[in-house]
Design a protein around this ligand. Structure first.
Ligand code: BGC
Length: 383
């Protein structure tokens, strides 16, 4: 994201449009769209959290909780104009607290895996909790998906926004530096859920923030008929613990070639070592675009509903995970038991294990620098 966009937001705030302190300040109806909020429960330490509902002028709705920045629902039209929820998750906060495979989560400080939970920065070794086989995953035992964020709601010319702020202290989950993180959720006039991340640090650290909604554009069943297009000539193959080997491997001639739209299920069962390691697709694709530039990362089409989801981001990589660890034990919204491959994730991010791979784009953030990452999930229909 460019600095002048942030200045635009700041200008809006200074001109009195900011609705800080959402619990106490009544929200005037913004020009386009609406935002409302209601209590969503309490965390184990008794902190009350809210569910914020953003609605754009087309009726698209996103429900977001300031616990974990969780996207609780996302309702978008099908080819007949019928709104349907395209994300997996729960109706109640207590279910998220009990057991969630990162449904709808805001992931940080480091999304995806860090090998053996260790990395070295400026000659000093840092040790993280090992929470996924031998590796560290998604920010640790209490990552950004399990903390309470400070919410602020605001009206802008484009529509309402929810801003979440969190300060991750020096040493939290083993990471160096106090990290101040701002995440802004909004719905655009062209039906995208837009997520903007910004972070600063007071010591050199590593940062890799992403979003972890599980999508099912049909709103039921498995996702094997969804057609995926990924504009990537290479991907990062992994070892059996899902840590990249460091190689950027051409997708040509492999089941990882999604340069033309292909059903997720078309090749997922092939006798391929990489598919076996992932239990399906659970890999990082190296997207064909300049580093830091906002561009298309994925296009997904569901022939049953006609829904199309395009993923855009400023990030260099995309983790496409085909829901291989879903096993029916999580009973979600409307009593749906989420079974094997009933949802998929598209997580724009830096490559897994980047802190230990000098040939991957750097994830180091230094004092005085500003981390930016913008992700859009944009919805339309194909007749
Ligand atoms: C990872 C998967 C993991 C899932 C849920 C994804 O980002 O790539 O391996 O199972 O998150 O934890």
């Amino acid at each position: 994201m460019k600095t002048n966009q942030w200045l635009g937001i700041l200008a809006a705030a200074l001109s009195g449009v900011l609705l800080a302190g959402c619990q106490s300040t009544p929200s005037p109806t913004p020009a386009k769209g609406q935002i409302s909020h209601r209590p969503f429960g309490r965390t184990p330490d008794g902190t009350a959290v809210d569910l914020f509902t953003l609605r754009n002028a087309n009726g698209v709705e996103a429900g977001i909780c300031n616990y974990g920045g969780l996207v609780i629902f996302l309702k978008v039209p099908d080819r007949h104009g019928r709104l349907g929820d395209v994300t997996l998750g729960y109706d109640k906060l207590e279910d998220y607290l009990k057991d969630s495979p990162y449904f709808g989560a805001l992931i940080g400080r480091y999304g995806n895996r860090i090998a053996k939970g260790k990395f070295t920065l400026n000659g000093q070794e840092y040790t993280l909790a090992v929470n996924n086989g031998p590796n560290a995953l998604h920010g640790g035992l209490k990552g950004f998906d399990k903390v309470v964020w400070q919410p602020t709601i605001r009206a802008t010319r484009e529509g309402p926004e929810l801003e979440l702020n969190y300060v991750s202290r020096d040493g939290e989950e083993g990471y160096p530096g106090t990290l101040r993180v701002t995440t802004i959720y909004s719905l655009t006039p062209d039906n995208a859920l837009k997520i903007q991340y910004r972070a600063t640090t007071d010591k050199d650290t590593v940062v890799n923030l992403t979003h972890h909604s599980y999508f099912n554009l049909a709103g039921q069943g498995d996702i094997l008929n969804h057609q995926v297009m990924l504009p990537a000539d290479t991907f990062t193959p992994v070892d059996r613990t899902l840590i990249p080997t460091g190689e950027l491997r051409p997708v040509a001639g492999t089941p990882f070639d999604f340069r033309t739209p292909t059903a997720i299920g078309a090749r997922i069962g092939q006798d391929d070592e990489q598919l076996k390691f992932g239990g399906g697709y659970d890999h990082n694709w190296v997207i064909n675009k300049p580093l830091g530039q906002l561009g298309l990362m994925a296009r997904v089409y569901d022939p049953a509903s006609g829904r199309v989801m395009e993923v855009l981001s400023t990030e260099p990589g995309l983790q496409f995970y085909s829901g291989n660890f879903l096993d029916g034990k999580n009973i979600g919204k409307g009593g749906w038991a989420y079974k094997f491959r009933n949802g998929f994730c598209m997580e724009p991010q830096h490559y897994p294990n980047s802190p230990n791979q000098p040939n991957f784009p750097s994830v180091v953030l230094k004092p005085g620098q500003v981390y930016h990452n913008t992700i859009l999930y944009r919805f339309s229909v194909q007749k």
